[in-house]
Design a binder for this molecule. Sequence first.
Ligand code: GDP
Length: 505
Amino acid sequence: MPVIGTAGHVDHGKSTLIHALTGIDPDRLREEKERGLTIDLGFAWLTLPSGLEVGVVDVPGHERFIKNMLAGAGGIDLALLVVAADEGPRPQTAEHLAILDLLEVPAGIVVLTKCDLVEAEYADLVEAELEDTLSGSRLAGAPVVRVSAQSGEGLDALRSAIDTVLSRLPAKRNLGRPRLPVDRAFTIQGFGAVVTGTLIDGSLAVGDEMELFPAGLKCRIRGIQRHRTKVESLGPGTRAAVNLSGVRTEDISRGMVLARPGALKAVTSLVVRLTASRIVINPLAHDAEVTLLAATSESQAKVRLLDADVLGPGEECWAQFVLDFPVAILPGDHVVIRTPNETVAGGPVVAINGRRLRRNNGPGIAALNQALAGSPEDRVLEMLRTGPLTLSAVASQLQTDERSVRETWEVLISREAATEHEGRLVSGEWLESRAQDLLLATSEFLSANPLRRSAPREHVRSALRIEAPAFDLLLRTLSGSSRIETRGAGIAAPPGYEPVLTPAQ
Ligand code: GDP
């Protein structure tokens, strides 16, 4: 389930827009949250025209905006940048835009709200002005949708635009390594401790043994709730409330991360490929004291700039941070750096808990540049997003020998992030996302053809646009796990499917 976040200047209509889109009043949710009445705090959701369910976070206030955007790290898929047509872009519009860049939020849509208050020609002018504001940012060239939350005009177009943008994003990473950064912990009478957050990198199920990092608190999942509905398991990219047994609420705090036992470490020093905000006023200097924000955690830190003395607007460098409080993060995670008055920089973590690095050291910097390209496992998983591959295909794409690919291959299999089928490596992520597509194509065919007992394989394969060997592999896996039944040249789902006719048919 993808998650959308709103950004934009105060009073430009973010809350009103969410209310109009979802029917859920974010202000009311906030009140409920403050009074401890809601579990899926401050969190509205809607069903898009395609049937996809998305969650929407709305955050009042600047500081909380940054924290919530971060809390969704790996979870926020799309930012709606809200700009009021009667005012046009304001300082906070640019500021939020710079933060969306630092966070590398995957996609954005610009929503021109309050269009009922201005003539169309005026909205044209505002849009032209916006083009300047957006240029050079991640949202340059993003779709612009005009709406009025008041009259409802443009809301359908916005829903469709959200659908289109989300359908172009790659599936959520499933590395077989679930992590849920905790944004809130509380007690529910009779059930005990509950934590909320956005799950990334893997799945969770009721009964799983877990650990809260960096504190090292062992616990067990007693229940899971998503959008106020009880579920047995949860996939990556989903926001949820998780009921834990074996821990006390008093011992849990925001910033902890729920993961498999032993999966994470307490990190006190990290190296980041840092990029400064394009609109920074007081640039970051070597040896400065800063606040480091990562997912829901926060720590004071001292920064050592490794190949620069000062980081000017938009500039990049390598930086090592020494933290006052340990946090549970991993290479590849994004951090954001704040000084008391500004969001100054951000970027991906490249190394954790290493020794103190020397400044201006050529070979050291070269090694960091190489690490930035990713671990072998990450690179192979990235390649497998497009489909199954043989060992030799992976080796030639990575320009390395088959023996070292074999080692990476074994690691991925032991982590349950991939499986091997007839000499080809298949990522769990590819398999699951294509399985969903296959089930959907099959059920669409069967509901459009109510007299048929199965959907023709070739029809489903061409809907999925995949090669025959990969398709056969998918069919075998799905029938092996009893999610479909193959009938001659047809596919039935669920197994045992029989058409039921209406009296009219
Ligand atoms: P936020 O601070 O960005 O969340 O802004 P709000 O959603 O609280 O909206 C600020 C004000 O603008 C409120 O008084 C809303 O009623 C008003 N407003 C929001 N959207 C529209 C709109 O589309 N048309 C008109 N006329 N007023 C709007």
